[in-house]
Design a protein around this ligand. Structure first.
Ligand code: HPA
Length: 244
């Protein structure tokens, strides 16, 4: 079996039924076992991994990112389309819009962020001049145009530790630092994918304005409802991207 492309489904993207011949595989890694669904789309084998586990049971700071990326690598995956629900710090990026992220700011605190912890693994300093795979970003953007979706071609993703949402002052600080979107999962996923030499791009779905921009308190339900309302767009984008 050769699986070259994977979708990592974030919040609200749980359903791989666009794939045929679906089967569940369990991949063993030094970081733990990972359950992955594998299916076919237009003669291509595609892996589908739920970032938050079955039933959205794992919070962002406890996701086993290293196991997930290593398991995909072991399957042979060369390209990852990652989806992410995000808050917006920019009035132009509205709920329901898709955004192909081009850079990130890392405000995570407690996550293992590398495969290279010294010793046998070695010490490696990875280049992040182009944090998200430029080639896959372009394919996502072209797919979005072909599907007539509202899709923005660049944004800086601020990754917070979570699982709490931000304070209004944090949101202002992230805006001042040049952030456009806020979420809880792109780091360290993007780092580990690069270390594993996998081409990785994120398509973010805006679900809300950040705390304080949005006058009412944020809830996870609001995020889920916005994802649910727009999940067909993410699905058609991912499928068109695989086709191209
Ligand atoms: N903050 C952090 N993560 C999020 C948000 C938010 O406002 N919306 C969706 N994911």
């Amino acid at each position: 079996m050769s699986v070259k492309i994977a979708i990592i489904g974030g919040t609200g993207v749980y359903d791989p039924t666009m794939l045929t011949d679906l089967r569940q595989v369990e991949v063993d890694t030094v970081y733990g076992k990972v359950a992955i669904k594998v299916g076919r789309y237009q003669e291509k084998e595609v892996a589908f991994l739920q970032r938050h586990g079955e039933g959205h049971s794992v919070p962002p700071h406890l996701i086993n990112y290293r196991a997930n990326i290593l398991a995909l690598k072991k399957l042979g995956v060369r390209q990852i389309i990652a989806t992410a629900a995000v808050g917006s710090l920019d009035m132009k990026l509205e709920a329901g819009h898709l955004v192909v992220v081009h850079d990130f700011l890392d405000f995570t605190k407690v996550r293992p962020t590398t495969f290279f912890d010294g010793g046998e693994a070695g010490v490696v300093h990875t280049d992040f001049t182009y944090p998200y795979c430029p080639r896959l970003r372009n394919v996502l953007l072209e797919a979005g145009r072909q599907e007539s979706l509202t899709i923005h071609d660049s944004a800086v993703y601020v990754c917070t530790e979570g699982p709490r949402f931000e304070t209004p002052t944090e949101i202002k600080m992230y805006q001042n630092f040049g952030g456009h979107l806020v979420g809880m999962t792109s780091v360290p996923e993007v780092l580990l994918a690069r270390e594993a030499e996998i081409c990785y791009a994120t398509v973010a779905m805006v679900t809300n304005y950040g705390a304080g921009i949005s006058p009412q308190p944020l809830t996870h339900m609001e995020v889920l409802e916005a994802m649910d309302a727009n999940k067909e767009n993410i699905k058609s984008l991912a499928m068109k991207t695989i086709e191209l």
